[in-house]
Design a protein around this ligand. Structure first.
Ligand code: E4P
Length: 266
């Protein structure tokens, strides 16, 4: 089971890697835009080199294409891979499973995933909202699929008229079977993809993405996500607990009173 950090911020990447528990990085255009906005003068080309270097060898970094036509996504995927994989051998190309919404064609993403995968470029199929999309991406050869847990929860809550904040936990008990084709939550989406992948022996790894809170991260692990990709602030919440904090205060206090210092003196 692997943990990726979901950020475009190189300082966050360095800090999270220094904790010794981070296995990779995912970015997207929104995250990169937010980071560059905080760094006036930073050039995206060089900045992404820094991101790949900071992650380092053996920690995949997902970098997303920008076009919505298969031919253009394929070209961009090639360019990105060539440029950034040479930095630390860790580039993965993120391709949306469908670009319908911007394009008329439903299958532009799947075609691009197929072509890039067939020339040996590892693809992370992104914006996965249904088990069927995950299967199509896996059949096209994607190395990873990224079901967007939080955004599926958003969609269900919007359809049910439930008010929520971005990091609010959502329980599938609040859902109804008819609002999202039987997928009752983001975690349920992950569960269903896992069942199908196991049944048919797909090797594609499942990245639980769009994880908004620590409880959702735990549920994703319980459902057997191969990888969870988690924003920096959610990683911090995953290690925190008031009773741990209370406990360490008391242990430090009592260690001093019990003369523990003696144990470490030569
Ligand atoms: C994952 O790969 C995406 O970059 C990210 O998890 C999206 O998260 P959001 O839905 O919170 O924006």
């Amino acid at each position: 089971m692997k943990v990726f950090v979901d950020t475009g911020d190189v300082e966050e990447i360095r800090e999270a890697i220094s904790w010794g528990i981070v296995d990779g990085v995912t970015t997207n255009p929104t995250l990169i835009r937010a980071t560059l906005a905080k760094r006036p003068g930073a050039k995206i080309k060089e900045y992404l080199e820094e991101v790949c270097r900071a992650a380092g060898p053996g920690r995949p970094v997902s970098l997303e294409v920008m076009s919505t036509k298969a031919e253009e996504m394929i070209e961009e995927g090639r360019v990105l891979y060539e440029r950034y994989n040479s930095i630390a051998g860790n580039a993965v190309i993120k391709v949306p499973v469908t670009t319908r919404g911007v394009e008329e064609g439903y299958f532009e993403g799947v075609r691009a995933i197929r072509e890039l995968s067939s020339i040996g470029i590892p693809v992370n199929a992104t914006l996965i909202m249904t088990p069927a999309q995950a299967v199509l991406a896996a059949k096209a050869g994607a190395k990873y699929v990224s079901p967007f847990l939080g955004r599926v929860d958003d969609y269900i809550r919007e359809r049910l008229g439930i008010k929520f904040s971005k990091d609010d936990y959502f329980s599938e008990e609040m859902a109804r079977d008819d609002v999202n084709d039987g997928v009752r939550s983001g975690v349920d989406l992950l569960r269903k993809i896992r069942v199908i992948f196991r049944a048919y022996g797909f090797n594609t790894e499942i990245i639980a993405a769009s994880v908004r809170n620590a409880r959702q991260a735990t549920e994703a692990m319980l459902e057997g996500a191969d990888i969870i990709t988690v924003p920096f602030e959610v990683l911090v919440k995953m290690v925190a607990h008031p009773k741990s904090e209370e406990g360490i205060k008391k242990f430090v206090e009592d260690a001093v009173k019990a003369n523990y210092g003696e144990l470490f003196r030569q």
